[in-house]
Design a protein around this ligand. Structure first.
Ligand SMILES: C[S@@+](CC[C@H](N)C(=O)[O-])C[C@H]1O[C@@H](n2cnc3c(N)ncnc32)[C@H](O)[C@@H]1O
Length: 264
């Protein structure tokens, strides 16, 4: 790990079941996301807001905002936050959520992470939480964060990560893809830091927190297969993810890496 504080905490998670088909549009998930405890109040959100605090930003862009939780969390530290997402349906729910919260300084815009519609060096703050593992071209997205940030600008990133062990990482990415067809790839913490540094970022702080609970929904038969695969996984994998049954419920933990990085 690079410099900065590095904490490891975790919470239990469970396999989700629901009606979404494999090629479901993100917009159809907006209602589920708006009530998802992991997104609304997950620990990574608190750490990300803590990383944002202590400074005030003229404006910020939240990339892959979903229904806007990260944009709302950093809004107290910004004059204006533009919450962006490629799915208009998500932004419609974000608009309703902003109204419910009476947040006055969050705007909304459709934008694709790999081609952000902002001038080079124009943004004081970019945030992106639990969205990057869905991006088709992560290299392009990181390049865009760096390009759009002003010199001295801050990136606050949070994303689900695998353990460092390659076998365990492969297992986790496999089950992620089976439960969620929009999943692309969870990096290891070391891969994230190397990627950011390769694109010119200086990593200032990192933390490992909780991640993932039921939210995308998988067909019941697939959920049953997934559950069996979790419970019958080799012992090192069960240990790595704290896989267990509690009152008939499958419980386990995925970690989330939170990073504050600067453009210099
Ligand atoms: C897990 S949700 C985001 C959660 C949200 N950031 C939060 O903190 O609660 C992932 C979001 O990424 C968006 N997304 C996926 N691929 C994208 C891309 N290439 N560009 C922009 N948004 C994308 C999806 O539409 C979805 O709303």
């Amino acid at each position: 790990m690079s410099s900065g504080d590095h904490r490891r905490r975790g919470v239990a998670s469970s396999v989700g079941e629901g009606p979404l088909s494999r090629d479901a549009d993100w917009g159809q998930r907006a209602g589920a996301y708006s009530v998802s405890a992991a997104h609304r109040s997950g620990e990574s959100l608190a750490v990300l807001a803590e990383f944002a605090s202590g400074r005030h930003y003229r404006w910020a862009v939240d990339v892959g905002t979903g229904v806007g939780f990260t944009a709302f969390a950093v809004a107290p530290y910004c004059d204006l936050v533009l919450a962006t997402d490629s799915a208009p349906g998500m932004l419609e729910e974000a608009r309703r959520e902003a109204a419910r919260r009476k947040v006055g300084n969050v705007g909304l815009a459709v934008a694709v992470a790999e081609a952000l519609p902002f001038a080079p060096g124009s943004l004081p703050l970019v945030t992106c939480r639990t969205a990057a593992h869905h991006f088709r071209d992560l290299e392009a997205a990181v390049r865009e964060w760096y390009r759009a940030l002003e010199p001295g600008g801050t990136l606050l990133l949070a994303d689900t990560v695998t353990p460092e062990d390659p076998e365990t990482a492969r297992w986790m990415n496999d089950v992620e893809l089976r439960r969620d067809p929009t999943h692309v790839y969870d990096l290891r913490p070391s891969e994230w830091l190397a990627l950011l540094e390769r694109h010119g970022f200086q990593v200032a702080s990192t933390a490992l927190t909780d991640s993932w609970v039921a939210r995308t929904g998988v067909a019941p038969e697939e959920a049953a297969k997934l559950r069996k695969d979790f419970l019958e996984a080799p012992a090192p994998i069960r240990g790595a993810f704290a896989i267990r049954q509690e009152q008939g419920q499958l419980r386990f933990r995925w970690d989330c890496l939170v990073v504050r990085a600067e453009k210099w």
